[in-house]
Each structure stands twice: as structure tokens, then as C-alpha cells.
Design a protein around this ligand. Structure first.
Ligand SMILES: *Cc1c(COP(=O)(O)O)cnc(C)c1O
Length: 372
């Protein structure tokens, strides 16, 4: 057989594929343990809203039909909730499809897409396969986006900037004032993306809200997701809020049926349930405070976070730390691919009971009393 890998572009050959959080089923199968708690992919621990489940059930008998290519119902639902027009909303097969479409739409070979590091590894991966257009700017000493340094890095080749806010994996955020000061320094034909899939969890009052900045900066867009607060990660649906111009350009480069029927129905039902979203924000904050205190009591350093996860650092490097937690039935996220160092890991909130299970397991591993 011909050597196909020799035929693909060098940047694809060199690529290190994305390592997703380990699925629960894999750990159960590989280690033969039944109780496994996954706190590795920032998913919400409880299932979708009852309204979403009902909407999905109503759609099931019609799965022989293609979905609405214009996501009419969903577009109107989102527009109504946020007080904008349906022409200012764009949907994708997960937020991640949209960020890929943005890069394909805007960056030609030789041009640049800016993002921070350590941040969400998908930005770098997509840029790598798209003519290596990516350029990373380090976070500052407090693990926060260094927006002045990013503004400095913008040049005539820059087409797109990603600001992950709050940032994955650090949980840190930039304020509205800081984003505005950054936007004042960026040319108006550079599209700036606030990637904010955790925005529904944020409680900080000085957080940058896209709605308060959009009138001053039409080149600013917000990328959001139904994967986190709304518990629809398995359905794959995310959305962009932005100017009609950016939205209409994105429609040109997407596939006609990129958002499936179940996702459209479930998302429309979920976005309307504002009281449930507010309730989850409060519930998550309570669980975060508990998790933070529990880890600190075990001597683990934890960065303050506005999301549903923490970047945590153990005092000294523990050999096989991740494997030892796996044997205890706990999946957290190792951080090699994110670049926050060997002593760090990312953990998200589970149910109260799962959080206790995790803290007990972590304590045993830190004291060397674990089963491996
Ligand atoms: C979880 C996450 C997303 C969500 O992506 P989906 O494709 O909608 O599941 C996007 N960006 C970041 C930084 C995330 O952490």
C-alpha cells in the first residue's frame, strides 16, 4: 500500500492529536472497577433540563427528516431571550465547530490567529492544521490573559484573536474594562472572539459582558455553548453572538445541516429556562467553594475560578498521580497538553456526593495510602 502519510501536509503529520478526558466506560473496562467518578471534561454533573428531555422525545419520531437548515425556532428563542435579532446568532455542531469555521473563514496562509497559552488547546490544534496560522501569547504571572501583551502582538497579519474568558484551564478571567482597553488598541477589521462557554457560571461583578461591549466594538463576538451549564455536551451544540455581517459570512462556509434535529429542539427548550440556569449558577458556586476548601485542607494549591472547574497544584510531583487516582475510581484531567506543569491537574465540580468521593480519594493518594 502507498505511504499515505507521506502525502499529507507536514503540519498534519507533526500534529499531536487532542487528548479528551477519559470516558467513564474506558476506566470501568480497563481497571474493572464499577464506581467511577469523572471530573475531567467540565461537564455538568446532572442531566439536561426536563424541558429539554421532553423536546427531544417529541423529535424522536421525526429523525427520518433532515433538521431545519436555518435553525429557525432556536434562533428566535435565543434572540428573544437576549433581546437581539436572529440574524445576530449563529449555531454550530458544538462551539468548537464555530471556532474552526472562524479560523477557516478569516485566516489565509501567512496570516495570524492570536490566543493565549496556557489556554484551550483546540485553538492551537486547529491553527496547526490550517497553514500553521497560530501564535500564542503567554498568560501573565497570575495566570490571567495578558491583554496588553496580546495587543502588542497584533500586527498587520493578525486576522483573529481568541480570548478564552474565563480561561480554560486556569478559571481566571479578564474584566469588562480590560477587554474594552484591549479592543481600543485592536484594528476594527480584526475579529476578536470572547470564547465564554462558562459564562453562565460567572458571579464576578466586573466580568466582561459581550452585551455591554458590542455597541462600541462590532468586531467583538461571543462564542457560547450548550455543553456546560445546560448539560447537552453529548448533543453537540454551541452558538456565536455577533454582528449580522459576521453571522452571514459564517453561513457561507458551514454545512447545510450542521446542527442536528435533537440539538435544535433541546437547546431551544433549554435557553428559555432562565430560572434553572440561575439556580445552577448558585448551586455550582456552592459546590466550588466546598471543593476549594476541601482541596486546600489537603495542602493543594487552587487558583480562584469563575467556572465549574479548578486548576490545582500539588506541593510536590507525585509519581503516577493520575493513574493512582484512576485506581481510586476518579478521573481528573492531566495537564500535559495544556502546559500548566507536571504538578497541576484540572478538576470540575460533581454532585456533592461525587465531590466527597473525589476529596477522600485525593487525600489517600496524597498520603500514599491508595490501592495501587
Ligand atoms: C468546553 C469548552 C467549549 C465547549 O465546546 P463545545 O464544542 O460547545 O462542547 C469551548 N471552549 C472552551 C474553552 C471550553 O472549555
Amino acid at each position: 500500500m502507498a505511504d499515505l502519510s507521506a502525502r499529507v501536509r507536514a503540519e498534519v503529520r507533526e500534529l499531536k492529536p487532542y487528548q479528551a478526558g477519559k470516558p467513564i466506560e474506558d476506566v470501568q473496562r480497563e481497571l474493572g472497577i464499577s464506581r467511577v467518578v469523572k471530573l475531567a471534561s467540565n461537564e455538568y454533573p446532572e442531566g439536561p433540563f426536563p424541558e429539554a428531555i421532553e423536546a427531544i422525545e417529541r423529535e424522536l419520531g421525526q429523525l427520518n427528516r433532515y433538521p431545519d437548515p436555518g435553525s429557525y425556532e432556536l434562533g428566535h428563542a435565543v434572540a428573544e431571550v437576549y433581546g437581539i435579532t436572529p440574524e445576530e446568532v449563529f449555531f454550530g455542531n458544538g462551539n468548537n465547530e464555530i471556532l474552526e469555521l472562524l479560523i477557516h473563514l478569516l485566516a489565509e496562509p501567512g496570516q495570524e490567529v492570536l490566543y493565549a497559552t496556557p489556554s484551550f488547546p483546540i485553538y492551537g490544534l486547529i491553527c496547526q492544521t490550517h497553514y500553521k496560522v497560530g501564535r500564542a501569547v503567554p498568560l501573565d504571572a497570575n495566570w490571567v490573559h495578558d491583554l496588553p501583551a496580546m495587543a502588542e502582538a497584533v500586527n498587520e497579519r493578525t486576522r483573529l484573536v481568541f480570548i478564552c474568558n474565563p480561561n480554560n484551564p486556569t478559571g481566571t478571567y479578564v474584566t469588562g474594562e480590560q477587554v474594552a482597553a484591549f479592543m481600543d488598541r485592536v484594528p476594527s477589521d480584526v475579529v476578536v472572539v470572547l470564547d465564554e462557554p462558562y459564562v453562565e457560571f460567572v458571579t464576578a461583578e466586573d466580568y466582561a459582558d459581550w452585551f455591554s461591549l458590542r455597541d462600541s466594538y462590532p468586531n467583538l463576538v461571543s462564542l457560547r455553548s450548550f455543553s456546560k451549564t445546560y448539560s447537552l455536551a453529548g448533543l453537540r451544540i454551541g452558538y456565536l453572538l455577533g454582528s449580522e455581517e459576521i453571522v452571514s459570512l459564517l453561513h457561507r462556509v458551514r454545512q447545510p445541516f450542521n446542527v442536528n434535529r435533537l440539538a435544535q429542539a433541546a437547546a431551544a427548550a433549554s435557553i428559555r429556562a432562565r430560572e434553572r440556569v440561575a439556580q445552577r449558577r448558585r448551586e455550582n458556586r456552592r459546590r466550588m467553594d466546598h471543593l476549594q476548601k476541601g482541596m486546600q485542607e489537603l495542602g493543594v494549591e487552587v487558583l480562584p475560578s469563575q467556572t465549574n472547574f479548578f486548576l490545582a497544584m500539588v506541593e510536590k510531583e507525585i509519581p503516577d498521580f493520575f493513574d493512582r487516582l484512576l485506581h481510586e475510581g476518579v478521573i481528573v484531567r492531566p495537564m500535559q497538553q495544556f502546559g500548566t506543569g507536571e504538578r497541576s491537574f484540572r478538576v470540575n465540580t460533581g454532585t456533592d456526593e461525587e465531590n466527597e468521593f473525589f476529596l477522600r480519594a485525593l487525600g489517600r493518594v496524597l498520603r500514599g495510602e491508595d490501592r495501587s
